[in-house]
Design a protein around this ligand. Structure first.
Ligand code: BES
Ligand code: MN
Ligand code: ZN
Length: 503
């Protein structure tokens, strides 16, 4: 998708499709309720072209609601698409992001190749933030997961242009626009990784894709395998990999901006299980095919690193992705086995399907050994987080209120929804082992929390955030602004958290 920004007035733009946003301003219900939706443009010609449909009451400007007008009078555009932002209390910058996605997903299946998206003119919506969000939303909307369909039609929107008001601050908007391109493309990079089937994206292939991306954007990258994992005494990581014919990959990326020699070193750690059968504690067949997305945490870290390399915040970042299959072969670990993690802690394996915390335990220790002063990990860690929060919020846990405050601030910009979950000694009790230091499951109740408590042991005294994205990394039904399939959740929030530490 080509992207561009223009400061010309929307009425004069000749294009296949011009999209303009509208607010739902109704206070009463019913067909006679007034006033009509408010069009968020100062352009008189656009207003008059839309006046009749707005007055008709047929279009309520609900969030992501659309109405299309052909040959709009007085405009150069062949079509005018109105997209609803919802009620003014909900009409946030994030609503602009989804509205842009909706406009793109409206355009795509109709074979239209170009779209001009007029930024909303409203005091409540800062233009640079809206421009950035619109471009992000357009990339997100443009992605479809049908990579391997032979009848896949190339119906991508070829050109997406943001139209800013002629009076806007050009350089601020252009900078925001460029950020949006980088972030939108990075989120889609993550989604394309997560979308790959397990037979294509093995741990080795994950390493190759990360290395290729790193070379492209100028990150340092090393990809290690079995020998290094054993040399580092990553007994928890290796215990998961030992049951697979596919060798694991320990992917290490570094972003070291020139001249930044002190200050924090942020450690990003991702769960990269390229397929999770459950191991000897094997999963039921129903929905097992979904477990190709069990590397979505690692995928999110790769996407965030891509965006970091291109946006160049002044803070050092290192990234560790622990990539492995979780398989039940003759060499696989068994329930009851005891493993020694890199940190020296001993782990009693109760359920081989609780493998994510095992690979992350050693990933967190290694990030600390490499000098991370702050840690963030992302993982499709537990089904229990979906039971707790549904598919609306992802789970977040932290051992440190200051670093969590930075993450919370990041959500404001990213538009992503995370809900902070509790930790506590009573939960830590639930994973004490009789034979060793800890066990890898704590039973059904509070399953997402005991998993987080497990990770917390390996974060030790380093400020740490754990993101459990199991309920949010895969979308089961199409939405107006995003296709079903991999969501790319957490990329934008991790990026903003990192930027919050830039000097
Ligand atoms: N990868 C799964 C968690 C998962 C579940 C991700 C659903 C995405 C969707 C994880 O490795 C797992 O199997 N967790 C177990 C933990 C249990 C054995 C304590 C679970 O959630 O059932
Ligand atoms: Mn599992
Ligand atoms: Zn898993």
């Amino acid at each position: 998708m080509r992207t561009d920004i223009t400061f010309a007035s929307p009425a004069g733009l000749s294009t296949e499709l011009l999209a303009v946003l509208a607010l739902d301003t109704q206070t009463a219900k019913g067909p006679d309720a007034r006033p009509a939706p408010e069009l968020l443009t100062a352009d008189a010609a656009v207003k008059s072209a839309a006046a009749a449909v707005l007055a008709s009451g047929e279009f309520k400007a609900g969030a992501n609601e659309t109405v299309l007008l052909h040959a709009p009078a007085g405009l150069q555009a062949k079509r005018l698409l109105l997209v609803g932002l919802g009620k003014s209390s909900k009409a946030t910058v994030h609503a602009v992001r989804t509205a842009a996605g909706t406009a793109v997903r409206y355009t795509k299946p109709r074979g239209l190749r170009e779209l001009v998206f007029a930024l909303p003119e409203s005091d409540a919506l800062p233009l640079p933030a809206s421009a950035r969000a619109a471009v992000e939303g357009a990339f997100v909307g443009d992605f479809d997961p049908d990579t391997y369909r032979s009848d896949r039609k190339d119906v991508s929107v070829q050109s997406f242009t943001v139209a800013a008001p002629p009076s806007a601050d050009k350089s601020a908007l252009e900078a925001a626009f460029r950020e949006g391109v980088i972030i939108g493309e990075s989120q889609n990079f993550t989604r394309s990784l997560v979308n790959e089937p397990g037979n294509v994206l093995t741990p080795t292939e994950f390493g190759k894709r990360a290395a290729a991306m790193a070379a492209e954007v100028g990150l340092q990258c090393e990809v290690h395998s079995t020998a290094k994992i054993k040399e580092l005494k990553m007994g928890a990581f290796w215990s998961v990999s030992q049951g697979s014919e596919e060798p694991p990959a320990l992917i290490v990326m570094r972003y070291e901006p020139e001249g930044v020699k002190d200050g924090p070193v942020l450690g990003l750690v991702g769960k990269g299980i390229t397929f999770d059968t459950g191991g000897i504690s094997i999963k039921p067949a129903d929905n097992m095919e979904k477990m190709k997305y069990d590397m979505a945490g690692g995928g999110a870290m790769a996407g965030a690193m891509r965006a970091i390399a291109l946006l160049k915040p002044r803070v050092r970042v290192l990234c560790i992705i622990c990539a492995s299959e979780n398989m039940p072969d003759g060499k696989a670990q068994k329930p009851g086995d005891v493993q020694t993690a890199m940190s020296g802690k001993t782990i009693e394996i109760i359920n081989t399907d609780a493998e994510g915390r095992l690979v992350l335990a050693d990933g967190l220790s290694y990030a600390r050994q490499l000098g991370a002063t702050h840690l963030i990990n992302a993982a499709t860690l537990t089904g229990a987080i979906g039971v707790a929060l549904g598919t609306v919020n992802a789970g977040a846990f932290s051992n440190n209120d200051d670093t969590y405050a930075k993450f919370n601030a990041a959500l404001e910009t990213s538009g992503e929804k995370f809900w902070r979950m509790p930790l506590g000694d009573e939960y830590a009790e639930m994973i004490k082992s009789d034979i060793g230091d800890i066990k890898n499951t704590g039973g059904r109740y509070g399953g997402a929390i005991t998993a987080a408590e497990f990770l917390k042991v390996f974060a030790e005294d380093t400020p740490w955030i754990h993101l459990d994205i199991a309920g949010m990394a895969w979308i089961d039904e199409n939405r107006p602004y995003i296709a079903k399939g991999p969501s790319g959740v957490a990329v934008r929030s991790i990026l903003e958290w990192v930027r919050g530490y830039a000097s």
